[in-house]
Design a protein. Structure first.
Lengths: 438, 95
């Protein structure tokens, strides 16, 4: 097989490929063997027709077509490999010569990855994010802990107050008629949670245990149930019990209960450390993404539409998967948001273009700076992933290999390394200075 | 003599006749009234080969019905012509 590549405008490459005559006649044989099983010719059982008779009957062109389909894709893949181009779209094929006993010649035109003109990517000015942890943050965190560990205490007597959980029976009537979904017994309702129709919870405030109240509410206009929306309903509510949240005191006792620490002071420092760590991580991420954004902005790429479209498809597929996990289908989603696939595509197109550009830029920086992922790195990453999935690293490796995902892991590692490279060489600028500079 | 094309009507192209080619036997549908001698002469003249022997058989037409009216496809005569070794016929012109 011979192949020559020629660069055209617009990131297109034309490849001329010549397939040996011998290879082609082999393909013809294959094609005959495949087709002869499908065609019934009078006088012969299926698959028993001799080649000569078969060719006369169906015509040589049919065999040619089939053989071309066998031989061309392989030849194209090989040509891509030998010429070292990186296609991003399906090739447009043009057959030049197809005849038995002669080499097959075809031309393939395909879009390739565009060349990236890198701009500045070291010493980028990046705003240094604030990553300090204040005492207030720690107190907030403590308060959250308190809330989380609050105990619900049954009240013997008393009246419903805000933030209480009232155990109620209720029967809803509309014009004196009970309606579906309007009744329940032993329902735990948190007052002030807003989980019921507005007004319902407020009207219960002040009710004592055992008291029965009539609650009148108007369903809002945007209520999902067609029969109920905008209409008035009367609920007969009996309060059966009240539970009140009891928030523990902030003391050493509390610290012992909620953590492995003995004193409140220890808990506090631990929280401070954790918060600080998180804040630093966030800050680093901010630096990373800003540095990458700047490097990408500085670079110039002529992105082929096909790449954007492919990325778009990926994004939409991802989204569909996410929706599926939430038990929603794409159609439902469009119905709810009142949009269509085209609209969604349009709104995502910029993001997709940006994503493609980022990938391309990072790739070419990695190439330029010879950032490579060693087998050792890959191994470490797999071990890390295995820990996350709680799996044996060897098993995970096999799975990844089986799904051809190893390369993907390697790529994303390389991307990660490149990002670190850019961020590591970026110049950090204090937030205030940045503002003055502008 | 009759025109050889009036005697040899068409070759028989079936799995069976194709396997007979291995034994240098060629199968034709021939005129119902043709005899073995005429067939031998016709083959020799038309394809320029030497014929060893000729076997013939009458193939009775099949009874068919069209809208329950009985009918019959025509009888035919089939001839299997064995050529002398070294002779060959290129006979695949389609029909």
């Amino acid at each position: 097989m011979k192949a020559t590549a020629e660069r055209l405008e617009n990131n297109q490459v034309k490849i001329d490929v010549e397939v040996d005559a011998e290879q082609f006649s082999k393909a013809m044989d294959q094609a005959y063997r495949k087709l002869v099983k499908k065609v019934s010719i009078p006088g012969f059982r299926k698959g028993k027709t001799p080649r000569v008779v078969f060719e006369n009957f169906v015509g040589k062109a049919t065999l040619y077509n089939e053989a071309v389909e066998i031989v061309v894709p392989d030849a194209y893949m090989e040509a891509v490999k030998t010429t070292g181009i990186e296609p991003v779209s399906q090739p447009q094929l043009e057959l030049v010569q197809v005849e038995e006993g002669k080499p097959v010649i075809f031309k393939a035109t395909v879009r390739v990855k565009p060349e990236v003109k890198l701009g500045q990517y070291t010493g980028l000015q990046v705003t240094k994010p604030v990553s300090e942890v204040t005492g207030e943050d720690i107190e907030n965190e403590l308060k959250k802990l308190q809330e989380r560990h609050a105990r619900l205490a049954n009240l013997e007597e008393g009246t419903v107050q805000q933030a209480d959980i009232a155990v109620i029976d209720f029967v809803g009537r509309q014009d004196g008629v009970e309606f579906e979904g309007g009744s329940a017994t032993d329902y735990s309702l948190e007052i002030g949670s807003g989980s019921f129709v507005p007004g319902f919870e407020d009207q219960l405030v002040g009710a004592a245990i055992g008291e029965t109240r009539e609650v009148t509410v108007t369903f809002p206009e945007d209520y999902p149930n067609e029969d109920l929306k905008g209409r008035e309903a009367v609920f007969t509510v009996t309060v059966k019990g009240i539970k009140r949240k009891e928030i523990a005191e902030l003391d050493d006792e509390f610290a012992k209960d909620v953590s492995e620490f003995d004193t409140l002071e220890e808990l506090r420092t631990d929280l401070a450390n954790k918060l600080k760590e998180a804040a630093e991580k966030r800050a680093q991420q901010q630096i990373n993404s800003e540095a990458v954004k700047k490097a990408v902005d500085n670079a110039e790429v002529d992105i082929p539409d096909e790449m954007i479209e492919t990325r778009l498809e990926e994004m939409i597929e991802n989204m569909e998967r996410r929706l599926m996990q939430q038990g929603m289908t794409m159609e439902n989603y469009f119905k709810y948001t009142n949009s269509s696939l085209d609209e969604l595509k349009n709104s995502l197109r910029d993001d997709a273009a940006r994503g493609v550009k980022t990938t391309l830029v990072l790739e070419s920086i990695a190439k330029q700076e010879k950032i490579e992922v060693s087998d050792e790195d890959l191994e470490n990453e797999i071990i890390r992933m295995a820990k996350n999935y709680q799996q044996d690293p060897k098993v995970l490796r096999k799975i990844l290999e089986g799904q051809n995902q190893l390369e993907y892991v390697r790529d994303s590692l390389q991307q990660q390394k490149t990002i670190e490279f850019i961020a590591g060489r970026a110049e950090l600028v204090e937030g205030a200075n940045q503002k003055e500079a502008e | 003599m009759k025109n050889p094309r009036d005697i040899l009507l068409k070759p028989v192209v079936t799995e069976k006749s194709m396997s007979l080619l291995q034994e240098n036997k060629y199968t034709f549908i021939v005129d119902l009234k043709a005899n073995k001698i005429e067939i031998r002469q016709a083959v020799e003249e038309l394809f320029n080969v030497k014929v060893d022997k000729v076997r013939t058989m009458r193939v009775k037409g099949k009874f068919k019905r069209v809208r329950n009216r009985p009918g019959k496809t025509p009888d035919r005569k089939k001839a299997i012509v064995t050529l002398k070794p070294g002779n060959k016929i290129q006979l695949f012109e389609g029909v």
